[in-house]
Every structure is written in C-alpha cells, then in structure tokens.
Design a protein around this ligand. Sequence first.
Ligand SMILES: *[C@@H]1O[C@H](CO)[C@@H](O)[C@H](O)[C@H]1NC(C)=O
Ligand SMILES: *[C@@H]1O[C@H](CO)[C@@H](O)[C@H](O)[C@H]1NC(C)=O
Length: 152
Amino acid sequence: MYTRALLVLFVTVFLFMENVTGIYIPNLNETCLRCLCHVAGCDLAHSCTGGYCGPFYISRIYWVDAGKPTLVDDTPERKEAYEDCARDYDCSQHIVVGYMAKFGKDCNGDGVTDCFDYMMINHNGGWSCSAPLNSTIEGQRRLELFEQCRLQ
Ligand SMILES: *[C@@H]1O[C@H](CO)[C@@H](O)[C@H](O)[C@H]1NC(C)=O
Ligand SMILES: *[C@@H]1O[C@H](CO)[C@@H](O)[C@H](O)[C@H]1NC(C)=O
C-alpha cells in the first residue's frame, strides 16, 4: 500500500515537472527557449550557414553532445538527420534541451541554474561555461539580446 502510494507520488511529480520536450531541466521552459532562440538569432527561415543550422544556429558537435535528437521517424545515422532536426523549430528545441540535460549548471555562480546560465552555456560551450559574457563583444551583444527578451 505504502509502496504504491509512493509510486503514484513519484509519477505525479514526474509528470508535473516534465516539460514539452519530455525531459525536465530546471527553468528551461517555453519562455526560456524563446529567449535562447532570440539570443541565437531565431531566424525561422535560416537553413545552414558556416556549419550552423536552424533558428538556434546549432553546430553538428552541439547536436552530437545533445544526444542526436531527430525528427519523428528519422534516425541519427541518416545523412541529413542533424540538419533537418536543427532546421525544425520543435526539433531544434529538443536539441537545446538535450544539450542542457548534459551540461546544464550554475555557470555564473549565483546559486541557481536558470535561463541566464543556459545562455552562457550556448555562448561558452558546455565544458567551461563560466567566462563572463561581458568580456567579449559577441558576449555583450548576447547580453543585450537577452535583456530584450526578458522585457517582452
Ligand atoms: C519560465 O520560468 C521562468 C523562471 O524560471 C518564469 O519566470 C516564467 O514565468 C516561466 N514561464 C512559463 C511559461 O512557465
Ligand atoms: C562583467 O560581469 C561580471 C559579473 O558577471 C562583473 O563582476 C564585472 O564587473 C563586469 N564587468 C564589466 C566591465 O561590466
């Protein structure tokens, strides 16, 4: 009886926490994904340029680290699987979530892992995400874009 109640509790909590993409990452909700997209450029018509694909400008290595998400009924082994997922807005969100599932952490050391940290990870890469964004021009540009989307 007790075990069963516990199981129901776990399942309920899990379903409650699960976000649209099926994996729960703290504070990585729709709002945050929209912001990360805005900071990346979020051109929904963007195909692939210079090794970066889709609205989030995702590289192949990022996709691999994210666990190679694909469109429904596709397989990671197919030649264009990465490009096609990264170019699709829903699928590209799965890539970002997969990447943060692996690398998500409190990059700026403020005690919470939130959207700001995910932005830092997208800028600095997952392995050493703590470099302050204001130390480079490109980082400053991203900070400004992030501020814009927070105000929306
Ligand atoms: C997403 O999370 C942030 C902070 O964690 C919160 O302020 C915002 O309201 C959330 N948005 C949605 C749509 O749940
Ligand atoms: C850059 O950001 C860090 C914290 O993220 C802050 O301590 C520092 O003062 C900032 N530097 C400038 C030039 O704004």
